[in-house]
Design a protein around this ligand. Sequence first.
Ligand code: 5GP
Length: 352
Amino acid sequence: LEWCVSVPKVELHAHLNGSVRNSTLFELARVLGDKGVIVFSDVENVIMKDDRTLHEVFKLFDLIHILTTDHSTVTRITKEVIEDFAAENVVYLELRTTPKRNDSIGMSKRSYMDAVMEGLRAVSSVDVDYSPAGLKTNTFNGSTRKKMYVRFLLSIDRRESTEAAMETVKLALEMRDLGVVGIDLSGNPIVGNWSTFLPALKFAKEQGLYITLHCGEVPNQEEIKAMIDFLPHRIGHACCFDEENWRKLKSAKIPVEICLTSNIRTETISSIDIHHFVDLYKAKHPLVLCTDDSGVFSTSLSREYNLASSSFGLGKTEMFQLAEIAINFIFADDGVKTDLRATFEEAVKKLN
Ligand code: 5GP
């Protein structure tokens, strides 16, 4: 595991509210428990439960959102999550989150995202480069801290309407200078229809935003086919594809964000030795190891690398290559890619 920690890594599939530390969730639950808003022991039982079906995971997210959705908490968890990834030697992070509106506390999707940005600027353990134009960092002159790139993806929740999805896309366009680079479609895969989100996703793509979709978490082959035909820039999961969609995916060469622990813990894949990682890896299909929800699934990116290495018999050379090749699939410009490649070159000298 230590070796996996020391390798520089690229994280492309991490949900903000799924990456919150358990200790922070407990602290927040205790405060709301004392106020009588929730029953602390109920929350404790839900958070500590080890294996959850995909369905139960979404119930847990509703609970997490009760604990985290106010401006100051959103700022706090953003700072903590970025610092946790930095401690893992993640050198490039695409963090995704669903902008939330909550009129009762005066929260708009924009003010939610402003709170996220405040959390990013509060990061103190590393220098964060978050502007695609390379203009904005939280760097102090003469800093000797490590540098980390952070970019944001705004998620559309499958419970949302076409209008709400469009609002999120417009917000992403508004926040481009602040490091928002793309749109994700996530949320409970048995809820909502592809046709509801398509207009907003099409518009986003036309405007030059990058798109990644949660695709094939359930065996809805019609939707999977429509999603591949849309040609997103990446997809997440790709667990329940039939032969035909598998072929389509491979010929379209759409990079896949692989979340091993998440797939196993939610029983989307019944056991690691039949995980589609193996087939995609052998076919040299573009793929990247990711955490999904490091808090909810008690994992880390280093653990995911370690798991892949031990489950699929990959040695250090292969694992390093796997980490480095992820640079090709990031939603950032060539300048960032060149800089990241240099970081990996430096690292390989130190690791050998
Ligand atoms: P947030 O967007 O609130 O920061 O992060 C949590 C949200 O991400 C969840 O409410 C859900 O919409 C989405 N999410 C997290 N993990 C998964 C997953 O494994 N599958 C899907 N489809 N959505 C997820």
